[in-house]
Design a binder for this molecule. Structure first.
Ligand code: F6P
Length: 323
């Protein structure tokens, strides 16, 4: 393999730049040319592809976002779109790909590989940490720390005013950010899509807190909770406990930006190196992840279809620690 392409796709995550840097430098180290594809699959379709050298990735390891830009491509979901993308890769003589992204990115990569045979390895780039085949995903640690910092600040004002705050964190289908930031932030309750926490449960927790003279409460809600988002849940609770002073804060996209933590930079660097070296060994159709501090290649099929359940012990702990 003499020439590979690298791209970022789907929601960006802090550490994607560190991963791009690792891919580019590892390729050059092994005498492989590397091309950057802009805006994910859209750029592949449009031929927005340019050669990268060692300097192209200087001074980016500490930066959030992605220098290659990102997108969720509708056109790549069509056979015509994928045909165009394949033709563009042929025009540039690109023989292998490193795809940095999440489930949607790998679903596209798998279909593309099966149709057109371009060997591809993925790196787990998503703040959601919802990918099977790696203990953590690139950007998750940074996002959790961003959420935690916000929760700490909200706790100060919640306490001053005796208020109940519902804090919404990201995670459409996954409660990882909520669980991690909620435990770290000492939340009274954490609502995630993986568990059935009802409005009755929220009311019980708040009432028990009152009996114990708790003056304020923090409830962390993953945006994809089955009871609704934080605004919806807060309205339902207010309907039943009208005397409470309830506020809602939605953290939103702040969780996707900022300088990556050391953990995310190292995870990004390791999985980026592993992706290129995997391609050179003839490995393909897999994601490079880290499990128990070792590089592991997991078939796209598994990363896409298998769940990575949240450790039950963490969920159990929330109830113990919030009394
Ligand atoms: O997958 C990452 C993520 O940040 C989710 O947590 C969130 O639901 C989604 O992306 C938001 O996507 P967008 O930026 O396209 O609104």
């Amino acid at each position: 393999m003499k020439r590979i392409g690298v791209f970022t796709s789907g929601g960006d995550s802090p550490g994607m730049n560190a991963c791009i840097r690792a891919v580019v430098r590892t390729a050059i180290y092994h005498n492989v040319e590397v091309y950057g594809i802009k805006r994910g699959y859209d750029g592949m379709i449009n031929g927005s592809i340019q050669v990268m050298n060692s300097h192209s990735v200087s001074n980016i390891i500490q930066k959030g976002g992605t220098i290659l830009k990102s997108a969720r491509s509708m056109e790549f979901m069509t056979v015509e779109g994928r045909k165009k993308a394949y033709q563009q890769l042929r025009n540039f003589d690109i023989e292998g790909l490193v795809a940095i992204g999440g489930n949607g990115t790998f679903t596209g990569a798998k279909i593309f590989l099966e149709e057109f045979g371009i060997p591809t390895i993925g790196c787990p780039g998503t703040i959601d940490n919802d990918l099977y085949g790696t203990d953590y995903t690139i950007g998750y640690d940074t996002a959790v720390n961003t959420a935690l910092e916000a929760i700490d600040k909200i706790r100060d004002t919640a306490d001053s005013h005796n208020r109940v705050f519902f804090i919404e964190v990201m995670g459409r289908d996954s409660g990882y950010i909520a669980i991690q930031s909620g435990i770290g932030g000492g939340a009274e309750m954490i609502m995630v899509p993986e568990t059935d926490t009802t409005i009755d449960d929220v009311i019980n927790t708040l009432e028990k807190g009152r009996l114990r003279n708790k003056s304020s409460a923090i409830i962390v809600v993953a945006e994809g909770d089955e009871e609704g988002n934080a605004t919806e849940i807060a309205a339902k609770v207010k309907g039943r406990l009208s005397d409470l002073d309830i506020k809602v804060t939605t953290l939103g996209h702040i969780q996707r930006g900022g300088a990556p933590t050391s953990r995310d930079r190292i995870l990004a660097s390791r999985t980026g190196v592993a992706a290129v070296e995997g391609l050179l060994k003839g490995i393909k159709n897999v994601m490079s992840g880290i499990i128990n501090d070792e590089v592991v290649y997991t078939p796209f099929e598994d990363t896409i279809t298998k769940n990575k359940p949240i450790n039950d012990d963490l969920i159990r702990m929330v109830n113990i620690l919030s009394i």
